[in-house]
Design a protein around this ligand. Structure first.
Ligand code: ADP
Ligand code: TZD
Ligand code: MG
Length: 565
């Protein structure tokens, strides 16, 4: 116990929170300081935690969320009351939506004032506000419950379908004292926080029998499969059966994108023509057209592996549900599989290969052209070539066109290394994810950012410079959301300043800025910045007319039902 070290017999809430986190293996803390948590953060540093202080709580929470995705352990974000909490809540909600484990701990005002709405400093009923957006939300009102509150938060975040958990700590509880012996006994080390959930044997044989009947099988991997850290089991299953596979964007790299069985370059053909699709760790949400036509055929039969039973049949009928954790499920598939039991037809493999080749050739024309200014394809080719020798680089990606082109052009070869806008298609994850990835992994990060997307978290460039993190941010600067305005016209709802120099921002903080307008300079800048291992920001000039409205999801814009004569 901390309090004991200087001969004291009493400890307090501040020490207990840190003791509880340390006991459960938490080493990094992300947050923004202020009343009532400043002393808690100071103490955390003194106690050996690595504390990363941000400029805005949303980025701190995003960093914790992505740390959870990368490591499989819930990371912790700490904020002040009311507005700081609300800023962090956006990141918590995003973590829950994406099934990433994290814990948001916010200090809160005294209950007696909040509950009678007497107008305290930063007064808010934070627990009630958090509940709809969190997987679970708890408040600790007594120091002897801190250990239990932390334990429950960690288990809730990481067990079953992972998500964000809110833990409310009142200013009063932080300051209260407790005798050291009672405090010690109150701490809980969470045993087996995310236990395996093996599948029922019948569900495994039902799934394999269906696959065995298939001529045109397909495996669709989602970010739940990447999160599950079942890399060997999944790869072995796919390679043994020879089934073509398709990764969702954050599942890229689970098997390398250049794997011969990847059907990514023939995505709609593969989904539309498969007779059996095994969906693993992916929801049939808007990103998969809800499993419906025209992308999907009604005849296709589905196997779905998911840890959450209520995911099954959520958007269309699932012929063979396998409710289990993905590591156990694929281990069970591999154990039950008999040689030659599952065999994709030769024509299916050939048809996919032909499609792939046609599409790759079509794309190559745009990729290999050189234009001034650059377009998304050739600029991303330059980035791709610059990072080719650094397969362990983490890629962060957000924007509309920058995201859609980036997903297709930047190949991944390692799992959990592509971090992007995810389930919500949200802007603002960029710098938080980049910082979280750099801190947790110690590896270089390249953040591919639309100029609009970057703006949501751009001030964290100072955070990146302050901690000297190896983050290279590339701004695809097309002067706006989707596209830029015509020079000289008044700003439209989507237009930004023409020719803004984002590279100057990082120079204010001592980082290295680059301003590039052609592919050769872009490639050199990315290569040099990556090799330096230091913070850099590259302002890449992109043709303001190159983007399309909403990128690849233009069809989601509502259209008026008003019929004009
Ligand atoms: P994507 O966006 O890549 O399609 P989603 O976020 O929609 O992926 O889906 C992830 C799914 O993975 C969720 O339904 C979640 O319940 C599931 N999941 C998360 N972790 C595991 C796990 N360890 N085992 C099985 N399923 C998991
Ligand atoms: N706000 C939030 C939090 N998330 C969003 N997704 C949006 C607004 C709407 N939006 C998109 O869906 S993409 C986008 C916005 C504002 C930015 C697109 O512009 P960009 O990328 O500069 O980042 P491109 O390359 O110019 O398309
Ligand atoms: Mg833009």
């Amino acid at each position: 116990m901390n309090g004991q070290s200087n001969g004291q017999t009493m400890t307090d809430g501040f020490h207990l929170v840190l003791d509880a986190l340390k006991l459960n293996g938490v080493e990094n803390l992300y947050g923004v300081a202020g009343i009532p948590i400043t002393d808690l953060l100071r103490l955390a540093q003194a106690e050996g935690f690595r504390y990363i202080g941000f400029r805005h709580e949303q980025s701190a929470a995003n960093a914790a969320a992505i740390a959870g995705f990368i490591t499989g352990k819930p990371a912790v974000c700490m904020t002040v009351s009311a507005p700081g909490f609300l800023n962090g809540l956006v990141g918590l909600a995003n973590a829950t939506t994406n099934c990433f484990p994290m814990v948001l701990i916010s200090g809160s005002s005294d209950r007696n004032i909040v509950d009678l709405e007497q107008g305290d400093y930063e007064e808010m009923d934070q627990l009630a506000a958090a509940r709809p957006y969190a997987k679970a939300a708890y408040r600790v009102n007594r120091p002897q419950d801190i250990g239990l509150g932390v334990a429950r938060a960690i288990r809730a975040a990481v067990s079953g379908r992972p998500g964000g958990v809110y833990l409310d700590l009142t200013a009063e509880v932080l300051g209260s004292v407790l005798d050291v012996e009672t405090a010690r006994k109150s701490l809980i080390k969470v045993v087996d926080p995310a236990p395996p959930q093996p599948p029922a044997a019948e569900s495994v044989s039902r799934a394999l029998e269906l696959l065995a009947s298939a001529q045109r099988p397909l495996v669709l991997l989602g970010k739940g499969a990447a999160y599950a850290q079942a890399d060997d089991e999944i790869r072995s299953f796919i390679e043994t059966t020879g089934i073509p596979f398709l990764p969702m964007s954050m599942a890229k790299g689970l098997l390398p994108d250049n794997h011969p069985q990847s059907a990514a370059a023939a995505r709609s053909f593969a989904i539309g023509n498969a007779d059996v699709v095994l969906v693993a760790g992916a929801r049939l949400n808007w990103l998969l057209s809800h499993g419906k036509a025209p992308l999907w055929s009604e005849q296709t039969k589905l196997i779905q592996v998911d840890i959450s039973p209520t995911e099954i049949d959520s958007n269309r009928a699932i012929a063979a549900p396998v409710v289990a954790d993905i590591k156990s499920a694929f281990a069970a598939f591999n154990a039950a599989l008999t040689p030659g039991q599952v065999k994709p037809s030769e024509s299916w493999i050939n048809d996919i290969a032909t499609r792939k080749q046609t599409n790759v050739e079509k794309m190559a024309k745009r990729l290999n052209s050189d234009t001034t200014p650059m377009n998304f394809s050739n600029a991303l080719r330059a980035v791709r070539d610059a990072i080719a020798g650094t397969p362990d680089v983490y890629i962060v990606n957000e924007g509309a066109n920058t995201l859609d082109f980036g997903r297709n052009i930047i190949d991944m070869s390692l799992p959990r290394h592509r971090l992007d806008s995810g389930t919500w298609g949200v802007m603002g994850i960029g710098m938080g994810y980049a910082i979280g990835a750099a801190v947790e992994s110690g590896k270089p990060v390249v953040a591919l950012e639309g100029d609009s997307a970057f703006g949501f978290s751009g001030m964290e460039i100072e955070t990146i410079c302050r901690y000297n993190l190896p983050v290279v941010t590339v701004i695809f600067n097309n002067n706006g959301i989707y596209r830029g305005d015509k020079p000289g016209s008044a700003p439209s709802p989507t237009g930004f300043l023409n020719d803004a120099r984002y590279d100057k921002i990082i120079e204010a903080f001592g980082g290295k800025g680059y301003h590039v307008a052609d592919t050769k300079s872009l490639q050199n800048a990315v290569a040099e910045a990556l090799a330096s291992g230091k913070p850099a920001l590259i302002n890449a000039v992109i043709d303001p007319t190159a983007g399309t409205e909403s990128g690849h999801i233009q069809s989601l814009n509502p259209k008026s039902a008003l019929v004009t004569a």
